[in-house]
Ligand binder design. Structure first.
Ligand SMILES: Cc1cc2nc3c(=O)[nH]c(=O)nc-3n(C[C@H](O)[C@H](O)[C@H](O)COP(=O)(O)OP(=O)(O)OC[C@H]3O[C@@H](n4cnc5c(N)ncnc54)[C@H](O)[C@@H]3O)c2cc1C
Length: 399
């Protein structure tokens, strides 16, 4: 891509938020992908005075109706990018996480999220998160080009200005990841997931309805909707992607033996997407001298820890801050990978483990539920303490 670049206005305050020396102020930055990762990155670079252009293949920035949990580690990034006030308006503050026995409907325990330190844990409509990041980008002088699919041109996917930094935030089927890495085949996890929203009012609690071989996560969204992600074990699956429509009756049949409250929720589903869950290795190389990948392009994760978007927000902040601190771009990009890869791999490992924990059967299930119940009664802080490495991490505090 080429053409005139807009001049960027930044304030000392926003520069201070990112850290910084202004080492890459004025550098052209091309971001491929206008999802949560791409827009957060564009905003972070806009705030340090880079000349940022986002290239998004879709004709407009839209998101299908579904929710997202932003945990305190991701919320710190929103705050650091100047979005604290809008996040508090557009998100719903979460009170608790409540694992339930899906067969009886009874809570196994309840963990009070209000006791977490740092900014609140919130539930967002994906559209709201995209929209507030895009608004922030525009205010920071970022150019967003929609209807722009970037195709690899040999080993230079984008015709870019001299010295430009290229960032691949182009998701699961990234065109930039294979330019930096050997092909790595994802493998099917033996689980499929449905995603839907229904018009059901609910308190601000994330409920995990656990049954042998299956589970459902529900939490409320603005506008009186309840977000649903339902997972079951299944032997085979073909395509990976989020947008395969399914008949709601299939979802309802899989949970037909569960408690009336859960069946009523699933009974309200009139439209549902189904997809196969695949595991992908974390990319070995996240950068070369002038190109970096981030978000799902570098490290897609299973949804069992609600961290894909939160990790993408963290990546965005760290990448911009490294580039703001080190004037030598290869040094900045190497520092970015060094700061991110182990943390991301740990979070993804924890998400993989949860898939098993939610689906236990028989004696193992009874023991696990008793253990959870005991933890909730005797040491509720111990549970939250076990999540401190994840939720307590503050990328805005370090490079
Ligand atoms: C059911 C489900 C529930 C989830 N819940 C949570 C949660 O509660 N909390 C959480 O943190 N995460 C959650 N996640 C994960 C999270 O949604 C993703 O990890 C995150 O959105 C990834 O963002 P991304 O921008 O990297 O990728 P994407 O959202 O896939 O965005 C990539 C963008 O790039 C564009 N693009 C792709 N190729 C090109 C190209 N060649 N040229 C131009 N544009 C291109 C695409 O159109 C798209 O807009 C969930 C995921 C699922 C499936």
């Amino acid at each position: 891509m080429s053409g005139a670049r807009r001049s960027i206005a930044t304030t000392d305050q926003t520069l201070a938020l990112l850290g910084s020396g202004g080492a890459n102020r004025g550098r052209p930055v091309d971001v491929v992908g206008g999802g949560i990762a791409g827009l957060a990155t564009a905003l972070a670079f806009g705030r340090i005075g880079a000349e940022v252009t986002v290239h998004e293949q879709a004709p407009e920035l839209t998101e299908v109706g579904a929710g997202l949990q932003v945990t305190p580690n991701g919320a710190r990034v929103l705050d650091g990018l100047g979005l604290a006030e809008v996040a508090s308006r557009r998100g719903i503050r979460a009170d608790a996480v409540e694992p339930r026995d899906a067969l009886t409907g009874r809570p196994v325990t309840r963990f009070d999220l209000r006791k977490l330190s740092g900014p609140p844990y919130r539930f967002f409509h994906r559209y709201d998160l995209i929209d507030m990041l895009a608004e922030g980008c525009r205010a920071a002088g970022v150019t967003i080009r929609t209807g722009q699919r970037i195709e690899p041109l040999g080993d230079r996917p984008v015709d870019r200005a001299d010295g430009a930094l290229l960032i691949g935030a182009d998701g699961l089927h990234s065109v930039l990841r294979p330019l930096l890495n050997e092909p790595a085949e994802p493998f099917f996890t033996g689980q499929v997931a449905w995603r839907a929203t229904v018009a059901v009012e609910s308190p601000p609690v994330a409920r995990i309805w656990m049954a042998p071989g299956r589970h459902v996560v529900t939490y409320p969204l603005h506008g009186g909707r309840l977000n649903i992600v339902a997972v079951r074990e299944q032997a085979d699956w073909a395509a990976e992607g989020w947008h395969h429509l399914d008949d709601p009756a299939n979802l309802q049949a899989v949970f037909a033996d569960t408690a009336p409250e859960l069946r009523a929720i699933l009974g309200a589903v009139t439209s549902v997407n189904l997809w196969g869950l695949f595991r992908h290795p974390v990319a070995q190389r996240w950068h070369n001298d002038d190109t970096a990948i981030m978000g799902d392009a570098a490290h897609p994760t299973l949804p069992f820890l609600a961290q894909g978007a939160n990790l993408a927000l963290e990546d965005a902040y760290v990448l911009a801050r490294c580039c703001d601190t080190f004037s030598d771009l290869p040094t900045a990009l190497a520092r970015y990978q060094a700061l991110r890869r182990n943390r991301v791999a740990r979070a993804i490992g924890a998400a993989n483990a949860n898939a098993v924990n939610y689906h236990l059967a028989g004696m193992q299930r009874r023991v696990a539920h008793l253990g959870l119940k005991g933890l909730g009664i005797l040491a509720p802080r111990a549970f939250l303490g076990r999540m401190d490495w994840l939720y307590g991490h503050d990328v805005t505090a370090r490079v």
